[in-house]
Write a protein that binds this ligand. Structure first.
Ligand SMILES: NC(=O)c1ccc[n+]([C@@H]2O[C@H](COP(=O)([O-])OP(=O)(O)OC[C@H]3O[C@@H](n4cnc5c(N)ncnc54)[C@H](O)[C@@H]3O)[C@@H](O)[C@H]2O)c1
Length: 314
């Protein structure tokens, strides 16, 4: 991207706070405008309030951003991404999940010839940038002798049930919200191939269970994914087992820590200095990658398409 990055932020809700906090730390970034129909006044960015609009098309008629960030409820992503693709020449970062339905994915794909979708559209698969995920991926790369990952178990809990309908309005369901995080995070470790069983709409959408087949170092394995909003606090953990060598890696996504063990032996550990809030720890490296000359493939439209197809497969 150019030296100066003029950003337009669409949707000024909970996760927008993290985007703004991370963007404010990047000297090349200026906030060109914000858009949110439910907000009269935008938040200050480095002490200055940017121009604010109720509708994205009005903002794009008045500004030429280099990057449009879409941080709105999941059901609005497809429409807003189409507007940003067709009414501007900006790159676009859409919050995860890019879209919740295969029909919306097909709609975005159909714009490829007209709007360079694959070079302009990115998805904020932020969990793939979490420090413990990065640590575990490096550890696995350094130990080919551990063999393939033979099984994965991942459980993501968010205390959203008390938010009631508002949680469903913003995130659709636990599977829509956490399933995409789990699949994009697992893409750092294994090559997911297909859903094999499960019930992705338990507790009226507040919980899910799904199993996926994957490939790892020439072998096939099964990933078991559990998510739920029926909890008093946030808790997210993933266990990767290497059955051939007896090694296990436990990563705790809430505390951003991890360890590897074989039987009674502790093989490696990953701690955290506690200085960086969890979401900032995800979005700081995400923006570093996005604004570099070569964004990480996990942010790409192709990855989002694969994740959407796995996630929404019948
Ligand atoms: N909250 C999180 O921790 C988190 C983390 C990662 C990703 N996300 C994703 O980010 C997205 C937003 O989540 P959130 O928690 O910030 O939701 P939120 O409901 O707090 O905020 C969404 C904001 O978008 C605004 N909005 C709605 N329609 C709009 C439109 N057409 N144009 C402009 N603004 C519009 C709403 O008024 C609201 O202020 C979701 O897709 C979610 O999956 C959230």
């Amino acid at each position: 991207m150019s030296d100066l990055v003029r950003v337009g932020l669409v949707g000024v809700g909970i996760i927008a706070e993290t985007h703004l906090a991370v963007l404010a730390q990047r000297p090349e970034v200026s906030l060109e405008f914000t858009v949110d129909p439910l907000l009269d006044e935008p938040p200050a960015f480095r002490g200055v309030k940017p121009p604010h609009y109720g509708i994205l098309s009005e903002a794009l008629a008045a500004h030429e951003p280099d990057l449009v960030v879409i941080a709105t409820p999941t059901d609005t992503h497809a429409d807003l991404a189409v507007q940003a693709l067709t009414l501007s020449s900006a790159r676009i970062l859409v919050e995860k999940p890019l879209v919740g339905r295969l029909a919306s994915l097909a709609r975005l794909r159909s714009l490829e010839g007209e709007a360079d979708v694959r070079s302009r559209l990115f998805t904020a698969h932020h969990f793939a940038f979490s420090p413990e995920v990065d640590w575990a991926a490096q550890l696995i790369a350094e130990h080919p002798g551990w063999g393939p990952v033979t099984s994965v178990t991942s459980a993501f809990y968010d205390p959203y049930i008390l938010r009631g309908e508002q949680a469903f309005a913003s995130y659709v369901s636990s599977w829509m919200d956490s399933g995409v995080n789990q699949l994009s995070m697992l893409s750092r470790f294994v090559e997911l191939t297909e859903i094999t069983s499960g019930d992705r709409r338990m507790d009226d959408g507040a919980s899910s269970w799904a199993t996926f087949a994957y490939r790892s170092r020439g072998a096939v394995g099964t990933a078991r994914l559990r998510s739920s909003w029926l909890t008093g606090s946030s808790s997210k953990e993933t266990v990767l087992a290497f059955g051939g060598s007896g090694v296990e890696i436990w990563i705790d996504h809430t505390s951003m820590t991890g360890f590897a063990a074989r039987g009674s032996s502790l093989l490696a550990t990953h701690g955290n200095d506690g200085r960086t809030p969890r979401k900032v720890a995800h979005y700081r490296p995400l923006y570093e990658s996005l604004l570099s000359g070569s964004p990480d493939p996990v942010l790409s439209f192709d990855t989002a398409a694969t994740v959407t197809e796995l996630h929404s497969a019948p």
